[in-house]
Structure formats: structure tokens, C-alpha cells
Design a protein around this ligand. Structure first.
Ligand SMILES: [Zn+2]
Ligand SMILES: [Zn+2]
Length: 377
């Protein structure tokens, strides 16, 4: 069998971005490609719009997991590339097209050149929301094929191709969405005393949130509370009856997430009394921190250091979120950043990662998995 061109596969996938749990064309594309490989070497199970593919080892005593997320984002692409998204208002702007192509490359290699260990490839839907990692973990397929270790990468536009950035312990933050609804009483702009003005209440509340980070969080810890959207009112001469706020909370530990939320809820109780209104809070979807297992990460770091043409960066943690954190909560392993050198960042309509990173990552991961196998002999 000739070695397929994974850049072409990436471009095919780039044209068909789909949102969380709608990845039907993507799933079919992946399955069509995998069906070209010798079928006695692997087992495939569909899970919603994702896939589990188990590649048989020669003398398996454990299962090594590798996860690639497969969803796109609701963004109108502005790269001007000739393989730009065919799907209006949708784009692979987080590099999940890269993640899938790299996983297919590693999978293809091990179907053709099996090692002792079984390998489980996890093509996970809905990373961008509402979250596919946790329900996948709870699935019968995952329970049956539960890996002993699990790995993943994420493209990093800020690093050159050839760079691997990683750290032990916390890599990505705990994240929670935040939706707050205020309900008061509207009325004539000239009779404020007969109303409960929710524009004033919501505005005051946004300023009240700010001291949570500066006054309640340990200065040596970190947190973010961002309100990204505020909506209220109809016209200039009507006092607003309702207001809504949308935002996000990010913390470096699950404990500080809980304490930020309990401060926020205490403030809400106070606001209800001060402004004589109803306030509802909904945290939407939450992502567990990505916490890299120190032993596995040390092992990977020394592997990268001892091989040629690979630039290792020990990076800092980031306040971004990733639902791979749920897998790492249950299974030891790690996630790392893969340099792809794009002037535009993740979730940007002009994100254009360099495709040389695909073959780089395929050989990095195949070599790493082969090294693991040698060590267990
Ligand atoms: Zn993303
Ligand atoms: Zn992503």
C-alpha cells in the first residue's frame, strides 16, 4: 500500500467542518479512509458522530490511547485558501482537521507496522461544545477498551513547526460558562421610583464581580471572570425589566472554581435584596482542567530531548479550556502543544497552520509509541 498524503486528507477535512455532534460527513470521511486499511488489523465502533478504532497489538498487555477531536467552529473562514471551508459560517479554526489527519497517520502506521501494545484511537466529537470527552468516557465502548494511558496534542500557532511545548501538571485551566438573568420591573423612563431597573442592577453587578479576582483569590493563585456579553432594554425612554449577562470563569484548580462560584452566588443574594429583583445563574458547560501526569510527561520530555530536529519548550499553563481534561482525570497521560506557526491564533477566521507540522507530528507520535513498546519488553 502506498503511503497516503495526509496533507491532502487534511485539506479534504478542512472543507467540511461541522459543529459538535453534527460531524456526520466527517465521521463518514474518517470511516471511508480507515476502510482502505487491512480490516483484520483493527476493530471500529461508531459512537454518536465519533469513532473508536482499536488497532491490534502483536502481544498486548496494555492499551495505549490517542485522542483527536473532530469538530469545527461557527466562524466564517477568511483565509482565502483554495481549499477553504465549503460549509457556510463554519470553519476548522482550532486545528481539529490537523488533529484528525495526524491521528489517521499514526493509525495507518500501526496498522501496517503493529507493536506489542493495543492502540485505541479516539475520534472525539464536540470538543468546542457541548463536550464529547465525558460522555465518551461513560460509553460502553470506552469502558470495554479502556486505555491504560492516553495522549493528545493541540496545534499551537505561536510556535514554529518542529516545536513541542509541554509541562508537567496543569496545562489548561478549569473553565465554566456563566449565564445570568435579571428580572425586575419595567416602566416609563420618567418614573424610575415605580420600577426595578435591571440595567442599573446588571451594570452594578458587573463591577461587583471584579473584586472577586483582586480581593478573594489568593494573589499567588489565578482566576479570570470575563463578562463577554450584556443585553438589556428596548428603547431610550423605557426602563428595562430584564437584563442578561454571559461570561466565563477560568481557574487554576477545581477548588478555586468552587470558591469563585460561591463568592459570585453570595453577591447575587446581596443583589437580590439591594435591587429587589430575581436573579438566576446557570453555569452552562464546564471543562475539567487538563492535568498532565508528571511521570508520563517526564518520559515524553526526555524522549523529545533525545531525538534530533525537535525543539522542546517547557511552557506555562494557559487559561484556555479543553475537554480532554476529563480523560486525563480518569486515565494517566498528557497533552502537548504542536507548533504550526500561524500569524493568526486559534478560533481566528484567518488561522492558517503550516502543513509540514502534520508529518512532523505523525513521526513524533509513531516513534514515541514505538519507544514505549521497547521499554516494556
Ligand atoms: Zn478550540
Ligand atoms: Zn481545539
Amino acid at each position: 500500500m502506498t503511503v497516503p498524503d495526509f496533507k491532502t486528507i487534511r485539506r479534504d477535512l478542512h472543507k467540511i467542518p461541522e459543529l459538535g455532534f453534527q460531524e456526520h460527513k466527517t465521521q463518514k470521511y474518517l470511516m471511508d479512509y480507515i476502510s482502505t486499511l487491512p480490516s483484520h488489523r483493527y476493530e471500529l465502533k461508531k459512537w454518536k458522530t465519533g469513532l473508536f478504532v482499536k488497532v491490534a497489538g502483536t502481544e498486548p498487555t496494555r492499551t495505549i490511547g490517542y485522542r483527536a477531536d473532530i469538530d469545527g467552529l461557527p466562524i466564517r473562514e477568511e483565509t482565502g485558501l483554495d481549499f477553504q471551508s465549503d460549509h457556510v459560517e463554519k470553519m476548522h479554526a482550532c486545528g481539529h482537521d490537523f488533529h484528525m489527519s495526524i491521528a489517521l497517520g499514526v493509525l495507518t502506521h500501526f496498522v501496517q507496522h503493529p507493536i506489542e501494545d493495543d492502540l485505541l484511537f479516539i475520534f472525539q466529537p464536540a470538543e468546542e461544545g457541548p463536550g464529547g470527552a465525558q460522555p465518551m468516557l461513560d460509553s460502553d465502548e470506552m469502558k470495554r477498551w479502556m486505555p491504560d494511558a492516553v495522549f493528545a496534542l493541540h496545534i499551537a500557532p505561536e510556535y514554529e513547526v518542529g516545536t513541542v511545548a509541554v509541562k508537567e501538571g496543569l496545562l489548561f485551566a478549569n473553565t465554566s460558562e456563566l449565564f445570568i438573568k435579571f428580572k425586575g420591573k419595567g416602566g416609563h423612563a420618567a418614573y424610575p421610583h415605580q420600577t426595578k431597573d435591571m440595567i442599573v442592577a446588571a451594570s452594578y453587578f458587573v463591577t461587583q464581580l471584579q473584586p472577586i479576582v483582586s480581593r478573594n483569590v489568593d494573589p499567588l493563585d489565578s482566576a479570570v471572570i470575563t463578562i463577554g456579553k450584556m443585553e438589556s432594554g428596548t428603547v431610550q425612554n423605557i426602563i428595562a425589566e430584564t437584563a442578561t449577562l454571559e461570561g466565563t470563569i477560568r481557574t487554576l484548580s477545581p477548588e478555586s472554581m468552587n470558591s469563585v462560584k460561591s463568592r459570585l452566588e453570595a453577591l447575587i443574594q446581596g443583589m437580590k435584596i439591594s435591587y429587589d429583583c430575581d436573579i438566576e445563574v446557570d453555569y452552562g458547560s464546564m471543562y475539567q482542567q487538563v492535568y498532565n501526569d508528571p511521570e508520563w510527561t517526564k518520559d515524553f520530555i526526555s524522549f523529545v530531548e533525545t531525538t534530533d530536529n525537535r525543539n522542546l519548550v517547557i511552557c506555562k499553563e494557559a487559561m484556555t479550556g479543553e475537554d480532554f481534561g476529563y480523560m486525563l482525570e480518569k486515565i494517566p497521560g498528557f497533552m502537548f502543544w504542536l507548533g504550526v506557526n500561524s500569524p493568526y491564533g486559534l478560533h481566528h477566521s484567518k488561522l492558517n497552520p503550516e502543513e509540514e507540522a502534520i508529518d512532523f507530528a505523525i513521526s513524533l507520535m509513531t516513534e514515541y509509541f514505538e519507544t514505549l513498546n521497547v521499554k516494556t519488553k
